[in-house]
Design a protein around this ligand. Structure first.
Ligand code: GRF
Length: 199
């Protein structure tokens, strides 16, 4: 039997889940040997749950901040999860958690890191700043997660021209399209690398 690369998604709040949808669609279409073990939500009313149902992905509500990391760690270990994919997860994971979890954790950021990253740089704030700074290019960055916001090693980036954009919303729309291509590709690549090493 072929080994599989086990992943789990982590979201928080009222996560919309467009990256989750793009990743799941890509994995299905390309028949990538990846097993999606579960999706974590922190609010029962998160719109992403509808997408999870569509793809038959089990979602688990962890809504107690005090026990969140402990419960998450137990689930990751029990399900032998190799890669945690942050998809609209807005919290910081503690150093203790990052040390205890033996797999990798990745995130996508809607800008060209190290520019426009950091604690308060999320959602539309990123694109508003990019627009204000009259940047000619923006893009998306997939990076490993460490104990500092958006500072983990960058795995892949895709750059797009945004000089023609007349608003931050327009930039956000263009960047999101790129996110939906880049994130699935990186996950597929990481899966193949892992499976090559662990035949
Ligand atoms: C994306 O813009 C991503 O860059 C950021 O969070 C947002 C999640 O959007 N990390 P979605 O839930 O995948 O639609």
């Amino acid at each position: 039997m072929q080994r599989s690369f086990n992943i789990a998604f982590l979201t928080s709040g009222k996560s919309r889940g467009s990256n989750f949808e793009a990743i799941m669609t890509h994995l299905q279409e390309r028949n990538v040997p990846i097993e999606t073990k579960f999706l974590i939500i922190t609010r029962a009313d998160a719109p992403i749950t509808q997408r999870a149902e569509k793809f038959g992905v089990r979602y688990i509500l962890l809504d107690d901040k005090n026990t969140f990391e402990q419960e998450l760690l137990a689930l990751l270990n029990k399900n032998n999860v190799h890669l945690v994919v942050l998809a609209g997860f807005m919290r910081k994971l503690s150093e203790d958690f990052l040390q205890k979890y033996s797999g990798d954790i990745i995130n996508i950021h809607p800008a060209l890191l190290p520019k426009f990253g950091g604690k308060s740089m999320f959602g539309m704030r990123v694109h508003e700043k990019v627009f204000k700074m009259k940047e000619k290019f923006s893009g998306a960055s997939v990076h490993y997660v460490n104990e500092r916001y958006d500072e983990g090693e960058v795995i892949a980036q895709q750059k797009i021209p945004i000089g023609h954009c007349t608003s931050a919303e327009e930039i956000a729309g263009e960047v999101l399209k790129i996110e939906h291509q880049l994130y699935p590709e990186v996950i597929e690549k990481l899966a193949h690398e892992y499976l090559k090493l662990h035949k």
